[in-house]
Design a protein around this ligand. Structure first.
Ligand code: ATP
Length: 489
């Protein structure tokens, strides 16, 4: 089982257990558990501490087992251990943070007042330690692509009205670094492709000039390295690294807001690179003027080059992005499903791609065909912020039974009854299959509604109808018609 599959299955288990346990129990004891491994007979979980572990073991294990069975159809043993390392990591980080804070305070006492040192360094240090305490500046070699994501190139970037200017500007910078547009500053909302374009510029420059030193870095990492270089008493290593590159790309520069000491250092790095005719590329979630407490001298430097904004893509572009992603990832997703997803997630490409991945992963995990209805079910769980805009009918086991019974001119009592002749058994199996496909009901729940049948009967019906759906066009047509009626009746 891949990590993604494990996460998806765990999500389902969580969803299922919410029906049986109080919300505060789920929130406090079940959700903090982390799935490590799931096999046919074993689920390994990590609890955040001893207390949680004991509580879950003594009170909630049967619920976890039941939910696991409902989702996987396997009876599993559940083992819970404590996230020891994370605990240790936390302690170590706190300890390290205190040490670093102490050292920096001591050093600063020599040159600044104690109050100023605290004001300037403390927020930076605390923030840096949240990310990584082990960042130390390593110089970048000519032609080194290791800081670039190979997937983020101009070839894989889809253009539309929302990003055509940023794309054209990025391409111009990549073709002629440090000529006309220096710095190049991109801004826009979350998940709209700024990072992608930055990496694309890096790749293009290295493609044209393989000996260039190109460094992409998030501002968090930049801050970490700066803190560590101060802590280790090696500010030169930091300067060497950043001032010797040909192209410096710093992502999410808005995180420099409020961090005086980091801004100071970045100001000198910026000047050194600009003076040496090196290209600087920056991204932010807002224009320079709107970055809080950004020194005026930095703000005016950021505004001194080319600024491009990236907007949320329109529907056509969103569909094109999903098509591109499907080709790149080898997904087989019908056009109408991509259009459906694109019409429901409209302001974040990362979420858009995430939705596509979820639909594909869940379909493959549950062996369902990818249909609009299936996508709708998945999106209901993940697109809470962007609820489906069109009127969507409530579909449940009863409404499916009603449609199927009408279609085959039998009664709901027949579907739930004991008769096993083909004129009843076949519609019953189709109805079970559609319940599995169009609702999030578990096999046991479907079996129970269909006259108290066992979950294995439902499983058998679903497998059988699915096979026939693939092999027999008449049956496929019937099922498609029924789906249509269930969705629009
Ligand atoms: N126009 C596009 N064409 C193809 N993929 C895109 C496009 N825009 C965004 N993406 C994809 O969407 C995801 C998020 O994009 P990216 O990380 O570049 O966003 P961002 O603007 O940097 O967001 P953040 O502000 O959160 O860092 C990436 O996987 C990226 O490849």
């Amino acid at each position: 089982m891949t990590n993604l599959e494990l996460q998806l299955t765990w999500e389902k288990i969580l969803k299922n257990i919410q029906q049986s346990l109080a919300e505060h129990v789920c929130q406090n004891y079940i959700k903090p558990l982390k799935p490590i491994k799931l096999t046919n007979d074993r689920l390994e979980l990590l609890a955040p501490n001893d207390y949680s572990k004991d509580r879950v073991k003594s009170r909630y294990l049967p619920f976890l087992k039941d939910s696991c069975y409902e989702v996987t159809q396997n009876h599993v043993e559940i083992t819970i251990s404590i996230a020891q390392e994370e605990q240790n990591d936390d302690d170590t980080q706190k300890e390290l943070m205190n040490q670093q804070l102490k050292q920096i305070k001591q050093r600063n006492r020599r040159t600044r007042t104690k109050k100023k040192a605290n004001d300037l360094i403390q927020p930076t240090l605390t923030e840096a330690i949240q990310y990584d305490t082990a960042e130390t500046p390593m110089p970048i070699n000519p032609g080194d692509k290791s800081t670039l994501n190979p997937k983020y190139t101009f070839d894989t970037f889809v253009t539309g009205n929302s990003n055509s200017f940023a794309h054209a500007a990025a391409l111009a910078v990549a073709e002629n670094p440090a000529k006309n547009y220096n710095p190049f500053f991109m801004y826009g909302g979350v998940g709209l492709g700024k990072t992608h374009l930055m990496h694309a510029i890096g790749h293009k420059i290295l493609q044209n000039q393989p000996q260039k030193r190109v460094l992409y870095i998030s501002s968090e990492k930049f801050i970490n390295e700066l803190i560590n270089s101060i802590k280790d008493g090696k500010p030169e290593a930091f300067r060497q690294k950043y001032r010797n590159v040909d192209v410096l790309l710093v992502d999410d520069i808005q995180f420099l807001a409020n961090k005086e000491r980091v801004q100071e250092e970045f100001f000198h790095t910026f000047n050194a690179l600009k003076d040496a005719n090196k290209q600087i590329i920056l991204s932010s979630d807002r224009p320079p003027k709107e970055i809080e407490k950004l020194q005026d001298r930095l703000c005016s430097r950021f505004e001194g080059g080319l600024i491009a904004d990236v907007q949320a893509p329109d529907l056509e572009t969103r569909i094109a992005i999903l098509k591109k992603k499907s080709i790149l990832e080898n997904y087989n997703v019908p056009d109408d499903v991509m259009a459906y997803i694109a019409s429901h997630i409209d302001n974040n490409v990362r979420e858009l791609e995430g939705a596509l991945t979820q639909v594909v992963a869940r379909a493959s995990l549950c062996h369902y065909p990818i249909t609009n209805q299936f996508a709708m079910n998945v999106l209901q769980h993940i697109a809470i912020k962007n609820p489906p805009k069109q009127n969507t009918k409530i579909i449940n086991i009863n409404s499916i039974q009603e449609t199927v019974a009408n279609y085959f001119k039998i009664t709901i009592a027949d579907l739930n009854g004991k008769k096993r002749n083909r004129s009843i058994a076949f519609p019953r199996q189709i109805a079970m299959y559609l319940c599995r496909e169009l609702t999030s009901s578990s096999l046991p729940r479907i079996g129970k509604t269909f006259g108290g049948r066992d979950h294995t009967t439902v499983m058998h019906a679903c497998d059988k109808i699915k096979k026939q759906y693939m092999e027999n066009t008449e049956i496929a047509k019937t099922i498609n018609k029924l789906r249509e009626q269930i969705n629009h009746a």
